[in-house]
Design a protein around this ligand. Structure first.
Ligand SMILES: [Zn+2]
Length: 281
């Protein structure tokens, strides 16, 4: 049993528009008020949130999926944008304070904030004292995708900067399908979205929470399947989703979504038609 109560925060980078070729633009959240009247949204692009997770156990600080990393590079043109470092500051934390960085999978919109380029044009880890974790199946698959047309719309692998983490032995390849990063924080391999995709189960003295990664990217996907062009193995996603949601419901767990536009977190519950809904936790 874990004795501590953890604090869990979403480090929101805002709203973005993702195009089919994988480019991303910041999006005016006002467009979300009338998405039906916006001819581009949903047709040529999709709207998404980017919400890395910060867990503080009292002794350790953990980040899950460090976001887009806009504004981290020395030469970045995105100066006024929030990113994982500016958002950590809000909670009084510096990059040096992060002990573990968990990568649900290696699509760039989840991991680009792992590193930055400094004023000497060197790639450096954003969190200099952290161990980074990814499932080995994800790394192996990502390596097969170099110079390939991405298999999924708008979701590609950009590994150049990650090689530096590997060379410095900062990226730990997880072999087990269930792996405890630190007591109370466990990676669970789900596959489906990508071969090595993992979610994270968090359990402290009070409650259970889940970070769903792209297995369930938004609250909208709780009861609906993901678009087939956004997952590699739909059957695997459906099967795993069902099992995990059933377990999470029994555990009265709080769910955290990385790409939600409206409701980003809440306690899992069922409505009168036995569909999953989120209650305020
Ligand atoms: Zn993805």
């Amino acid at each position: 049993m874990i004795k501590e109560t953890f604090t869990i925060e979403q480090l929101s980078e805002g709203f973005f528009e993702l195009f089919e070729d994988g480019t991303i633009q910041k999006m005016d959240p006002k467009r979300l008020k009338n998405p039906m009247e916006d001819p581009n949204l949903g047709k040529y692009s999709s709207a998404l949130g980017i919400d890395p997770l910060l867990i503080s156990t009292g002794e350790q600080n953990i980040i899950i999926d460090p976001g887009l990393g806009w504004g981290l590079d020395h030469t970045s043109k995105f100066e006024d944008t929030s990113n994982v470092i500016t958002n950590l500051k809000i909670f009084g934390l510096r990059p040096e304070d992060i002990d573990h960085v968990i990568l649900s999978h290696l699509h760039f919109d989840h991991v680009a904030g792992s590193t930055f380029v400094n004023d000497r044009f060197e790639t450096r880890p954003t969190f200099p004292n952290a161990v980074y974790y990814v499932h080995s199946d994800e790394w192996d698959y990502a390596l097969t995708q170099i110079d390939q047309q991405p298999e999924l719309i708008g979701a590609d692998y950009r590994l150049d900067e990650l090689y530096k983490l590997v060379a410095e032995k900062r990226l730990h390849f997880v072999e087990d399908d269930e792996y405890i990063v630190t007591p109370g924080v466990e990676m669970i391999k789900t596959g489906g979205h990508t071969p090595g995709h993992s979610i994270v189960r968090i359990e402290d003295s009070q409650a259970v929470s889940y970070f769903m990664g792209d297995l369930i990217p938004t609250e909208f996907h709780l009861n609906r399947p993901s678009h087939p062009q956004t997952v590699l193995d739909s059957a695997q996603v459906q099967q795993t989703k069902k099992l995990i949601l059933r377990k999470a419901y029994q555990e009265k767990a709080t769910m955290y979504f990385y790409h939600s536009l409206y409701k980003k977190t809440g306690q899992l519950s069922l409505d009168e038609k036995r569909r999953y809904i989120l209650k305020d936790g």
